[in-house]
Design a protein. Structure first.
Length: 130
């Protein structure tokens, strides 16, 4: 493994995996508040272990994807993407520090492209231009 690949691995684990685990651990605290924490508490109390897992899995996946895009947005994980037309784009520059928001936002990438379940906890909050 090259030093560059090792640096990428270290940043990926630190900025994406570890950040997501810390974030989701907060949601499991008995004192946690917010829509995700409340949904998890209800599921833990009212559902079978399998149904509880079905509730938390999409939230955890979305949180992890959020932290990946956030790391790109913040320059901690600078990446270039090559589109099917051959054009390469610097995601940090071209994304304008908005990739994570474009993913998580109402009418964002999850809602547009995902074929699997997710919960939009802020669907009732719309900007003035929506």
């Amino acid at each position: 493994m090259t030093p560059e690949i090792e640096e990428f691995a270290k940043r990926l684990v630190e900025f994406v995996r570890d950040a997501s685990i810390r974030s989701n651990d907060v949601g499991l605290r008995s004192t946690a508040v917010g829509p995700v924490a409340e949904r998890w508490k209800r599921a833990a109390r009212d559902e079978t272990p399998t149904e509880f897992a079905r509730v938390v899995i999409p939230d955890i996946v979305d949180d992890t994807v959020f932290y990946l895009l956030h790391a790109i947005d913040e320059g901690g994980l600078p990446l270039t993407f090559t589109a099917s037309n051959g054009k390469a784009v610097d995601l940090t520059t071209e994304g304008g520090s908005e990739l994570a928001g474009w993913y998580m936002g109402s009418d964002g990438w999850r809602g547009t492209y995902s074929k699997e379940r997710f919960v939009d906890d802020f669907s009732d909050l719309r900007s003035d231009d929506s």
